[in-house]
Design a protein around this ligand. Structure first.
Ligand code: ZN
Length: 249
């Protein structure tokens, strides 16, 4: 499989808090998800020729993994158009975290990309709400992320075809964190976790999701599990009580 791991910044431009979270650079952390497998990985960034998204590069890409935060406006309309056209023709695309506001995602989702946000270094509970989907194969019912940026509803994400994950934040917000779109011959996945100053992409559950998503986007999905029937209607204690007890220690 040919993977294009694209970030608005070149690896050497990533410094400060990003370097602290990802000493090897964010692109390498995403590439680590696919290490030891028979894939060809290409890295791209915005200061390259044709912004790293040339016709030639996209033509040989099976799945694009796209991360961007601050430079969305600097991506040319032509580059966004090229990405969208290649998805329609069959390329898979995974839009990570703040790529919700990127031109190619807005074009493909037919949404505004808008949401509410807050960076307060609090935790996120990511719930797997579609466990029979190939992207959720082998993914636990809940992934606890000690720190991530809050993204909340309403999310101007257009009309997704499937909702796979929902994020919950201690401020009381929820977010449709994992969404699919079928566009022409191509498949698109949006995935919310992944603020650049927290090492979210090193979490084994998140890595599993990224791997599953790339396989699914390339049309080679993991086998989906049967939808698990709950073994009982269980009485449970509130999850957040445990967090308060931990913090008091
Ligand atoms: Zn962010």
């Amino acid at each position: 499989m040919n993977l294009l791991i694209w970030n608005e910044h070149a690896p050497e431009e990533q410094h400060g808090a990003i370097r602290k979270a990802y000493p090897e650079g964010m692109q390498q952390a995403v590439a680590d998800v696919f290490r030891g497998e028979n894939h060809t990985i290409t890295f791209g960034w915005q200061s390259q020729k044709d912004q790293g998204l040339s016709e030639e590069v996209l033509a040989k890409t099976d799945v694009l993994l796209y991360w961007a935060h601050c430079l969305h406006d600097q991506l040319s309309d032509a580059a966004a158009e090229r990405v969208a056209a290649h998805v329609e023709a069959g390329m898979g695309a995974i839009f990570l975290h703040s790529a919700h506001w990127s031109k190619p995602f807005k074009k493909l989702s037919k949404g505004t990309g808008t949401l509410v946000w807050r960076e307060d270094k609090k935790h996120e509970r990511l719930f797997n709400v579609n466990p029979s989907h190939p992207i959720a194969s082998g993914v636990p019912c809940e992934i606890f992320l000690p720190k991530d940026e809050m993204y909340g509803e309403p999310f101007g994400c257009g009309q997704p075809d499937e909702i796979i994950f929902i994020g919950w934040f201690p401020g009381g917000e929820i977010f449709r964190s994992g969404l699919t779109y079928y566009r022409g011959k191509g498949r698109v996945f949006y995935f919310q976790p992944g603020h650049e100053t927290f090492p979210v992409y090193k979490n084994p559950g998140i890595m599993k999701i990224l791997h599953n998503a790339a396989m699914w986007a390339a049309g080679k999905p993991e086998k989906s599990a049967p939808y698990p029937a709950a073994d009982a209607c269980k009485y449970v204690l509130p999850k957040e009580i445990g967090i308060r007890l931990l913090k008091r220690k």
